[in-house]
Design a protein around this ligand. Structure first.
Ligand SMILES: [Fe+2]
Length: 744
């Protein structure tokens, strides 16, 4: 893509037929066209199925005005109205708060601790760290902004209590700062300094007050906008005024330990000057007085009054709507995409349509699109070597989407990335373009499709096996929002390749589905792994907290492991007592970036009358899936195995395992939660635990589960246009499950 690219997103990502989701496009040329397709396979590969998108004739091609759009990254708190008339009469104003800078000197932009200065600089005041880490104060004046450099330096990861006071008649500014010791080798310190602005100042502000950022730049913009956010924590925020008679009034007293699961901040001054959070900073993080006596904010009476702001937080990109997409009421559920083309550049913007909730005909089968996985990986920057967390990658494999991501920091980062200050992300949003959710996306690490672009092979497969009307498409968002009653409509559910991020309620919904006699095909790997929170009221956002264990690119510090949205302990579902083995027979154990492995069929399984349906047409096969479009085999990337000690049902049968086909190479390594002392035998050739198992079991309610245990199952499924033994076995199980559901 060139500088003048075209990109966009659909909001909301998942809609019902008949609804009108908003399409938001950034385009530097005067006009562009849009055309809607129902998506099938989208990745070109000589051994794969052809690209199979189909034009949706009911939605006409349209031409639109082009306009560049850039969102603003960086989180902050904003109090719209906070008592400017009281300020007008005050002799002095004092602003006090705790703060902990996490990147005082390398942010490449000014970092605002607070700001109420108006655009002309005539009223208000603001305090910020400049690019060199200098603490500076600006006060509005009728002639010009008065500015002073404060002499104290704020050090990284040190808590400070700052008290700034501005005197109107004398123009004196004082700062008193208490610095806490960071460790046993450091003493607490007190800093005091006084400056004169040289003339009286009017302590008045007509602007909203922002904390942790400067909201003056409008959003969105037709030009790139820099972040003004502070990297670090702020704990509590108080503004007081003193009258000539010495009377002290509290204008604002924000307590961030309240309403942690919301985007609201509460004012305890009695003036009802409540505020809101922009761009999803992290809450439920340890504050200045956290002492490790309590690690759950839900139980703590103190220690959780901080908000961690980041200059690359992004919640809602807030692009202007370019046009509304009128979805026909008869539109089939499915994966859709809008091709936008400006004559030179093209983007393929995906969206999803859930089944019509009032549909009379409901097919027995549903494919579950893992939209929470797409959110978690959205715009991952693990290839970005300028970041603290990154993997070395082959530059040749970094495609056009990578190039655009590197050029556009306003598209945000993922739940796999560290923030610019090195701290871990906890939120990801879908109200922004997600460039690794594109039908032709190839992941730089594996040189092949992953997540959405790989899952479209399942769509192609089901279109071939059942016809487009023979199954529904639902999403993680739908299961989170509509739960077990929605799943109850179906008799057979299929996962996609990487259903990694369920909520507690979603696991309950799957359990209810299986308890009710449902049939489930888990056709992926590393599934149902991380504790995830989702608030349907802010449906575009998910929360994940990387805790003490798990295959993760960073771990959050102690005390930060409980989710802000739900209050629940984050980390692995396995650590919460809900390992995926319990519901699906297998659980994730290892990953590797090298060539994958095929599965050797277990002779006992093959000779079982009960399982004969699975081997129809495969009677002479010994190895399943020693081929594939990604990593060259059906078992690869992140892989799962059965383990009775982790909850695999006792009646589960191992149909095939990679260990019977030679196993994985030493490029595959065990997940850390799988190891205990002594930490040896961690690689593919030495560990018995590194394997993919195909597992089958039946439930007491006459349902059944078939699990494949690998992200790359789908890459083998699509091999040679679905003409292979992986596709055959998958189709055998699918048709048997459908047949059984008809017999009920
Ligand atoms: Fe994963």
């Amino acid at each position: 893509m060139s500088e003048d690219d075209i990109i966009g997103y659909v909001d909301p990502l998942v809609s019902s037929p008949g609804q009108k989701p908003a399409v938001k496009v950034s385009c530097t040329r005067d006009t562009f066209t849009s055309q809607v397709f129902r998506l099938g396979a989208g990745f070109k590969h000589p051994d794969g199925p052809p690209v199979s998108h189909r034009r949706v004739e009911a939605i006409p091609q349209q031409t639109h005005q082009g306009k560049p759009q850039f969102g603003r990254i960086g989180s902050f708190a904003r109090v719209q109205s906070w008592g400017d008339t009281l300020l007008e009469r005050a002799e002095s104003v004092s602003i006090s708060f705790w703060c902990l800078p996490t990147l005082p000197e390398r942010a490449k932009h000014d970092q605002f601790l607070f700001s109420s200065l108006d655009d002309g600089g005539g009223t208000g005041f603001e305090c910020f760290l400049d690019k060199a880490g200098q603490l500076r104060l600006r006060v509005g004046g009728s002639n010009a902004v008065q500015e002073i450099n404060l002499s104290m330096r704020l050090l990284r990861n040190r808590w400070y209590h700052l008290l700034l006071r501005i005197w109107s008649t004398s123009g004196i500014v004082t700062l008193k700062a208490e610095a806490k010791a960071r460790d046993i080798g450091e003493l607490a310190e007190i800093f005091e300094e006084s400056h004169s602005l040289g003339q009286p100042v009017r302590i008045i502000s007509h602007m909203p007050l922002t904390i942790g950022g400067n909201s003056h730049a409008c959003r969105p913009s037709t030009k790139p906008i820099g972040s003004g956010s502070f990297n670090g924590k702020v704990d509590g925020f108080k503004v007081e005024t003193r009258s000539g008679a010495g009377h002290i009034s509290t204008l604002l007293d924000l307590d961030f330990s309240l309403d942690i699961s919301t985007d609201k901040v509460r004012d305890l001054s009695g003036n009802e000057h409540h505020g809101e959070l922009i761009n999803g900073p992290s809450r439920a993080v340890t504050g200045h007085n956290w002492d490790a006596s309590q690690s759950a904010w839900t139980h703590a009476t103190y220690g959780y009054g901080a908000i961690h702001f980041h200059d690359d937080d992004l919640d809602d990109a807030m692009w202007e709507t370019t046009f509304l997409l009128e979805l026909p009421s008869a539109l089939l559920s499915g994966c859709y995409g809008i091709i936008v083309h400006d004559g030179v550049s093209t983007d393929f913007i995906p969206f999803f349509v859930r089944p019509d909730p009032n549909a009379k005909h409901i097919p027995p089968v549903a494919l579950i699109i893992p939209t929470f996985t797409y959110a978690a990986y959205a715009n991952e920057h693990l290839h970005d070597e300028s970041r603290e967390v990154h993997f070395p990658g082959d530059p040749e494999k970094k495609d056009k989407y990578f190039q655009t991501l590197m050029r556009r920091p306003d598209l945000g980062v993922s739940l796999y990335d560290s923030h610019n200050d090195g701290s871990g992300t906890v939120f990801s949003s879908l109200k922004r373009p997600v460039l690794n959710m594109r039908p032709d996306y190839s992941m730089w690490l594996f040189d092949g499709p992953r997540e959405f672009s790989a899952d479209l092979w399942f769509v192609d497969f089901l279109d071939r096996e059942l016809g487009a009307e023979g199954y529904d498409v639902i999403t993680d968002h739908d299961i989170s929002e509509y739960g077990a009653p929605m799943l109850k409509k179906y008799r057979v559910l299929l996962s996609c390749s990487h259903p990694e991020y369920p909520t507690y309620g979603m696991l309950d919904s799957y359990a209810a589905f299986l308890g009710n006699g449902g049939h489930f095909m888990y056709l992926g790997g590393n599934g149902y792994y991380w504790v995830t929170s989702h608030d349907p009221g802010r449906s575009h956002r998910i929360e994940v907290r990387r805790a003490e264990a798990g295959c993760r690119t960073f771990g959050l510090p102690p005390g930060n492991w409980h989710h802000s949205l739900s209050g629940g302990l984050g980390g692995l579902w396995r650590s919460r007592g809900r390992p995926p083995n319990q519901l699906f027979g297998v659980g994730s154990c290892a990953m590797g970036v090298g060539k994958g492995a095929g599965y050797g069929i277990n002779d006992e399984a093959r000779s079982s009358e009960q399982l004969s349906f699975m081997f129809r047409g495969l009677e002479s096969e010994v190895i399943i899936g020693d081929f594939g479009l990604v990593q060259g085999a059906a078992s690869g990337d992140e892989i799962d195995r059965m383990d009775y000690t982790l909850g695999t049902p006792k009646n589960a049968i191992m149909i095939a395992t990679t260990k019977l086909a030679g196993g994985h190479s030493d490029e595959y390594m065990l997940f850390n939660e799988e190891t205990l002392y002594p930490m040896v035998k961690l690689h593919g050739t030495t560990s018995d635990k590194i394997r993919s198992d195909i597992v089958y079991f039946e439930t007491p309610s006459k349902g059944a589960v078939f699990s494949a245990g690998s992200i790359n199952w789908v890459g083998a499924l699509a091999w040679k246009g679905f003409d292979n033994n992986v596709a055959r076995m998958t189709a055998n199980v699918l048709h048997e499950f459908v047949r059984r559901s008809r017999c009920r």
